[in-house]
Ligand binder design. Sequence first.
Ligand SMILES: NC(=O)c1ccc[n+]([C@@H]2O[C@H](COP(=O)([O-])OP(=O)(O)OC[C@H]3O[C@@H](n4cnc5c(N)ncnc54)[C@H](O)[C@@H]3O)[C@@H](O)[C@H]2O)c1
Length: 260
Amino acid sequence: MGRLEPNFEGETVVVTGSASGIGREVATRFGEAGAAVIVADIDSEPKDGDVPTHERIEETGGTAAYVETDVTDRDQLQALVEGAREFGGVDVMINNAGLYIGGSVLGLTPEEFDRVHAVNARGTYFGTQVAALDMIDRGEPGCIINTASISSSYAQFGQVQYDATKGAVRMMTRGSALELAEHDIRVNAVAPGQIATEFVEGWTEEATEKAANDELLKPVPLGRAGHPEDLAGAYLYLASEDASYVTGELLYVDGGWQVT
Ligand SMILES: NC(=O)c1ccc[n+]([C@@H]2O[C@H](COP(=O)([O-])OP(=O)(O)OC[C@H]3O[C@@H](n4cnc5c(N)ncnc54)[C@H](O)[C@@H]3O)[C@@H](O)[C@H]2O)c1
């Protein structure tokens, strides 16, 4: 089967949380497709110790920059979007930065509650807000893509507040799509299933694969964990002209996890 070959030349794509994992692959694929990519993260170093994402894009002839950004801070998000004007202004804003804090309804501390909501929910809300205001101000509508999760719609044991933040991302995607449509700005989300990244400490590739096939847990119909490479194309599609009539959508990329 062939692969789509999107062309994002002349466009500027901001990806939060793109030093590692899913965001890193998404940023790299937009770079390969000709976009100027801004890697926004609290750290430029990938968790696996590989080459930083912006350098990886530049090594293959692409255009990229790293901007240290903590998505819990609206001022930093504002500066990020203003900085993107150097590249012509943000066309695609991808609110992907996320944090996992597990804990049951009986166990989370107030500090843990605030932290997971600050990164996952507040970071997505203000990332959307600053990008949309900048697009409106420049008169150049673009699109916004959030990283949601299967947890946006399905509860899993021991992660009540993580699930709640991703539920919030789902509803922010829908509400923002509704409100920003009049400005010609589309807002969508990708909902990953079980993806082999270093998102959770000790959650190695091997452990993720094992969990995907574990009959005691809910098995993944396609029989394996996903990888960042399985996800990137969904972001490229949602950002493309081919998705010009798609907004408010949550696109599951989960090996069929949510259909059972
Ligand atoms: N891995 C999975 O199975 C899975 C499943 C569903 C959803 N997701 C979502 O995918 C997104 C990416 O996760 P991943 O698996 O690639 O994890 P990851 O840990 O590999 O990458 C997350 C990135 O976000 C960055 N980050 C964390 N806090 C930040 C902050 N305050 N400001 C800016 N950047 C920050 C980290 O430095 C890291 O580079 C998250 O939103 C996560 O909730 C992951």
